[in-house]
Ligand binder design. Structure first.
Ligand code: GDG
Length: 728
């Protein structure tokens, strides 16, 4: 039976060695563990990850493995050196700062990278050992970026989803990483790649097109043999759990106790792991400014600041801790009274019930990260406000800001703005707070963690289906033999061949792609067989095509089907077409040529083509998109179509395409053996009209209507040479 396997760096369990040598196992309650609980605990499903402790020998490992098996978990054991280099090193000192726009903190250390590769491989080995074809593997986060392609290589057909919980930085920052290409290729082993926000999606796609060079459109990246889908899946929380907890008797009694100790003061709450991405010093400075400017709030407001210890062995985190201690000390020593400390600072974690009590007591949640993938604290605050009051001050740089527009959104660097937001929120009457809080509660309740898991899994199933429906199979030696046999047995044959990219490689100047001797020789021999009718079916203009191939006994279809020539006759137009539209469209294309260095305008008899093969990567694609949308309303009533091909935008008559033209040959020369070979999107029209038993072959990609694929034009030439050899 197909299973689902969740993979993350840490397993959702705390395993500890007791003093007596025994071990304790305590499930952790993180949002991810709750959300995915419905997945990994079912049937034979599994969660694979590091159990969080170092073990001495295999015996201990066996005990842990057996114990975890009851919890549907499978451990990957890591050594202290691996954790130091792979986790603290590459993951937290290289990737974390890079993805959070702190690249000045990033360490580029070859040993860290080597450890990262090895540990990813260890995870891969465990997955390969414990999975079967048809299983779905869902890999989580930045510690395992290479894992998708490692698994893909070992298990080519398996379903792989990947989700990154932290931001994906802009290409300009990501490109600084020495291992950038390997990282992207690692991620692209997945079928579906998810991020919290659309901005992360854009940054990732732009890094892929610039660094790896794969084309992408509408959230699909063409890797050659698979389409990878990239999309935004904003993660939610277990809303009901937080709402119920806040109304529980236990939490209410804790809250009452806390309230007594805090008197009637207003509460501002701040909760984070110790991290420079969370903007803790900036937040404190803003509160300091607020106190300085608003003496009327003395003794009336308390900032409860919970900082959960994290990564405090890393130098930058140690420095941050010192900085926070200093600012808190400065504020409290300047403003405190015998009964009031403006900042109540805790450097430790609290049990969930106490956390919930803080959420229900807080008049204001102050969440001001410099960067945050999503930020769950603000969503937990919203879910805990069972009476509908409360104000959220939220950084624009948190993924959550995209969903929670009813919060007071601030720039975390702008201390004046934060101080002002504090004043505003502490003076807003409850009746005015409620409408905003209610809207946010509706959003957070609807898009909860269960919804998130479901839509991710649904999307993964969808892309898998899409891949299957467009999947061609490789023209293997065995299949090629069948093709050759069918060819040999047939007494009449029709052979459709696209030109650029199918018979010839691409050249940056389209006029330089004239046929070489090898190609001319191959085509001559193919056409010499009386049983064959060879048709070159190209987007090129008929003059060029005629001058290059007109001397051979072959037929030609030019300009994607506008011009037709049987070798016994001369060029004719498929139907009477108009080209008076060119006068209006040409000036627009010329503007885009002038604005885009490297772009060319090609004029065909009944088409205009804007080429961008020589344009700076990225700029060309952007301009092509602009041009298409600029033209779209102009072509609407003119029987024209805009076609985006391989580094071109072509405008031509809507009724003409390669398929319509090829149909004429199919009707006029019904043949026992039909083959059509092409590499471009326009060749899909040819494939579509071919009879079912025809051999349709896509070149360079596996995503096509064609039945088979070959990798390069060189393989096409080899195939044709083989067919020629059969004749002799
Ligand atoms: C990463 C991304 C993204 C905090 N203090 C205590 C405590 N917590 C819990 C909170 C919350 C979690 O820790 C923190 O989650 P965040 O989302 O705020 O931040 P990261 O840990 O950095 O998480 C982030 C997330 O992944 C999910 O994709 O949102 O952007 O950086 O659940 O409640 N829990 C307890 N005591 C505490 O004192 N029990």
């Amino acid at each position: 039976m197909a299973r689902k396997i969740i993979v993350s760096n840490r397993l959702p369990i705390k395993v500890k060695k007791g003093a007596e040598g025994g071990m304790t196992f305590e499930p952790s309650e993180g949002g991810l563990a709750t959300g995915l609980g419905s997945v990994y605990k079912e049937g034979q499903n599994l969660w694979i990850g590091w159990p969080g402790l170092f073990l001495q020998d295999e015996e201990e490992e066996q005990i842990v493995t057996q114990e975890l098996e009851h919890e549907s978990m499978l451990p990957v054991f890591l050594t202290e050196t691996e954790i130091k280099e792979f986790y603290e090193g590459f993951s937290n000192e290289t990737l974390w700062p890079t993805f959070h726009y702190f690249s000045q903190y990033a360490v580029y250390e070859q040993d860290y990278w080597d450890a990262y590769v090895n540990v990813n491989q260890k995870f891969c080995d465990q997955i390969v050992k414990s999975s079967n074809p048809g299983d779905t593997i869902w890999i989580h986060d930045y510690q395992l970026l290479l894992l998708p392609s490692m698994v893909r290589e070992a298990l080519p057909d398996i379903n792989i989803g990947f989700f990154q919980h932290i931001p994906f930085s802009s290409y300009e920052v990501f490109r600084l990483l020495p291992w950038r290409k390997a990282i992207l290729k690692g991620m692209l082993g997945a079928d579906l790649i998810g991020f919290h926000t659309y901005d992360d999606v854009r940054h990732f796609v732009s890094s892929v097109t610039h660094i790896v060079g794969y084309p992408a459109s509408q959230g699909l990246i063409e890797t050659g043999n698979r389409n990878v889908m990239v999309d935004a899946f904003p993660m939610g929380i277990d809303y009901e759990k937080y709402a119920q907890l806040a109304s529980s008797d236990k939490v209410k009694s804790i809250a009452a106790e806390f309230r007594k100790a805090l008197n009637k003061r207003k509460i501002i709450l701040s909760i984070d792991r110790l991290d420079y991405s969370k903007g803790i010093p900036q937040r404190l400075r803003a509160f300091e400014l607020f106190l300085k400017e608003r003496p009327d709030f003395y003794e009336k407001v308390t900032l409860i600041m919970i900082v959960v210890p994290s990564r405090d062995q890393v130098e930058k985190y140690k420095e941050l801790k010192v900085e926070i201690d200093e600012i808190v000390g400065r504020i409290n020593s300047a403003y405190r009274t015998i009964t009031w400390a403006p900042v109540q600072y805790y450097y430790h974690a609290f049990p969930l019930e106490e956390l919930s009590a803080f959420y229900s007591l807080a008049d204001v949640a102050l969440v001001t990260p410099m960067r945050d993938g999503m930020n769950l604290v603000c969503k937990e605050y919203i879910a805990s406000r069972t009476d509908g009051t409360g104000i959220l001050i939220l950084s624009e740089m948190a993924g959550a800001a995209k969903e929670l527009s009813e919060a007071i959104l601030i720039n975390p660097n702008d201390v004046n703005q934060i101080a002002e937001a504090l004043f505003q929120s502490l003076t807003t009457p409850e009746a005015e707070q409620k409408p905003h809080m209610t809207i946010m509660q509706e959003t957070v309740r609807k898009y909860d963690i269960h919804h998130w898991v479901k839509i991710f899994m649904d999307r993964l199933a969808y892309i898998k289906e899409m891949q299957q429906s467009l999947k061609t199979s490789l023209l293997t030696d065995g299949k090629q033999k069948q093709l050759e046999q069918a060819y040999a047995e047939a007494t009449s044959r029709l052979i459709f061949l696209d030109y650029d990219g199918t018979l010839m490689g691409f050249s940056s100047d389209p006029q330089k792609a004239q046929p070489d001797t090898e190609l001319l020789d191959t085509l001559t021999r193919l056409a010499a067989d009386k049983k064959n009718r060879v048709v070159i079916i190209s987007g090129r203009d008929h003059t060029t095509l005629g001058s290059w191939l007109g001397h051979l006994p072959i037929d030609m279809i030019a300009e994607h089907g506008v011009w037709l020539q049987k070798h016994e006759t001369s060029w004719e137009m498929i139907q009477n077409l108009k080209n008076d539209w060119k006068e209006d469209i040409r000036p627009i294309l010329e503007t885009y040529v002038n604005r885009t260095p490297g772009a060319l305008l090609e004029e065909k008899d009944y088409a205009l083509v804007w080429h961008f093969r020589k344009v700076d990567l990225g700029l060309g694609e952007t301009r092509a998109g602009e041009l298409s949308s600029h033209l779209s309303y102009l072509v609407a009533n003119r029987n024209l179509q805009i076609m985006e091909g391989d580094k071109i935008v072509e405008i031509k008559n809507i009724e003409v395409n390669k398929g319509v033209a090829a149909s004429r040959w199919l009707e006029e020369y019904p043949s026992q053996f039909v083959v059509a070979i092409g590499d471009d999107r326009t060749d899909e029209d040819t494939f579509q009209v071919m009879p079912e038993n025809a051999y349709t072959i896509k070149v360079g990609s596996t995503r096509s209507r064609a039945r088979f694929h070959l990798k390069t034009f060189k393989e096409v030439r080899e195939l044709l040479k083989n067919l020629n050899n059969l004749q002799e």
